[in-house]
Design a protein around this ligand. Structure first.
Ligand SMILES: Nc1nc2c(ncn2[C@@H]2O[C@H](COP(=O)(O)OP(=O)(O)O)[C@@H](O)[C@H]2O)c(=O)[nH]1
Ligand SMILES: [Mg+2]
Length: 369
């Protein structure tokens, strides 16, 4: 599945710096103006298992899973109340939001609000997202009244259901509760899916630390987590934007050395991708052979037949079974024949729930009806 994350934040918080970190890109960061066209970049999901399998299978090519990031224009406080949020169309399309919060201080680069205050910025952004959703809901509710008057039968019932759901969202948002905090049924989610509400999207908050605050990271994280992390489907992480961007642009060996010197265990790129996966309930399964070693992204709890469809709809349609060995088992014994000998190579049916790191060969028959 194609995964797209949107980077949002107030101006000069380091969004483009973090976008560059993630994409190893060179988009223009700026102390002054900001461009209004979004930066878009693809990132290969770091996965050591692919390296190990590549050594084992010596395939013609190795294909990691990818994630797309969009760096949208900076938000300004109050924007959602007076009109649409800047970049709204872009951020409506993404599956999760990454909010970059400025914690680094730089006297030459004043914060638009005049001071550095992560909790204030987290709360202000929450409000902007809330107002954006509320604006859409209020307009829709007005039109629904009209539609309900004009229709009857099943059509009217559908509108009435939507009015009921929208009413609940309206109430929650008015009380500053994001939509992702509500218990919504599959049916209710389906009713509202098309609106792409921002407060329904998982939210990863990143504290962009300056060098001078690194020692305080844990304390800052605790405070920010108390402010942002009380909601469902949220996570808060910290990283040093400027340094991470420099690291991301080094050769692998140099990057490792530099990170060791700075005491950074996991690169910002890898950390953010992994937390995003966690937040979105995603995992990877793997395919491995002489042609290609590849990682595929699916939701946790996806049945084998649906996972097969991720590779090709024909494989889903003609699904017979999956032959599966877990990555850990395969690494223990070294080869597929050995795994077979040890009874680690399993045959699984349609409803088998895929596990992270399953290495699978799907058998399918295209003549099957
Ligand atoms: N000192 C310091 N400056 C940073 C850091 N991250 C970004 N900056 C600077 O802040 C300015 C704005 O950064 P940019 O990424 O363009 O912010 P954006 O407006 O949110 O996209 C640039 O001059 C960056 O070099 C950081 O971690 N530390
Ligand atoms: Mg920018």
């Amino acid at each position: 599945m194609a995964l797209t994350l949107g980077i949002i934040g107030f101006p000069k918080s380091g969004k483009t710096t973090i976008f560059n970190t993630l994409t190893r890109g060179h988009a223009e960061t700026s102390a002054y103006g900001a461009s209004s066209t979004p930066n878009i970049g693809m990132v290969k999901v770091p996965d050591k298992r692919l390296d190990v399998l590549t050594e084992m299978f010596l395939p013609k090519k190795t294909t990691p899973a990818t994630v797309e990031y969009i760096d949208v224009a900076g938000m300004s406080k109050g924007a959602a109340k007076t009109g649409a949020l800047p970049g709204l169309n872009d951020i409506q399309k993404v599956q999760a939001l990454v909010h970059v919060v400025r914690v680094f201080d730089d006297p030459n680069l004043p914060h638009p609000e005049g001071s550095i205050d992560a909790v204030r910025d987290i709360q202000t952004m929450d409000l902007e997202l809330t107002f954006s959703d509320l604006g859409i809901i209020e307009k829709r509710l007005l039109r629904l009244e009209d539609s309900i008057k004009k229709t009857r039968g099943p059509e009217r019932e559908a509108y009435e259901l939507e009015r009921e759901v929208m009413g609940r969202l309206n109430e929650a948002l008015t009380a500053e509760i994001p939509i992702r905090d509500l218990e919504l049924s599959e049916e209710e989610l389906k009713v509202i899916r098309g609106y792409q509400f921002l407060t329904l999207k998982p939210l990863l908050t990143i504290l962009n630390l300056g060098e001078e605050r690194v020692g305080e990271a844990e304390k800052l994280l605790a405070v920010a987590r108390a402010a942002a992390g009380k909601h469902k489907n949220t996570a808060v992480e910290a990283l040093r934007g400027k340094i991470e961007m420099e690291i991301s642009q080094l050769e692998e060996a140099d990057a490792q050395e530099f990170m060791a010197e700075l005491g950074i265990k996991e690169s910002g790129l890898s950390k953010i991708i992994h937390v995003s996966y966690e937040l979105l309930g995603l995992m990877s399964f793997l395919t491995a052979g002489a042609d290609e070693v590849r990682a595929w992204t699916i939701r946790r709890g996806t049945p084998a037949v649906q996972a097969a469809g991720e590779i090709h709809s024909d494989i889903e349609r003609g699904f017979i079974r999956g032959e599966i060995v877990s990555y850990d088992d395969l690494v223990k014994v070294g080869t597929i024949p050995e795994a077979k000998k040890h009874g680690m190579y399993r045959s699984e049916g349609k409803t088998y729930l895929m596990q992270d790191g399953d290495i699978v060969n799907f058998l399918f028959n295209l003549n099957k009806k």
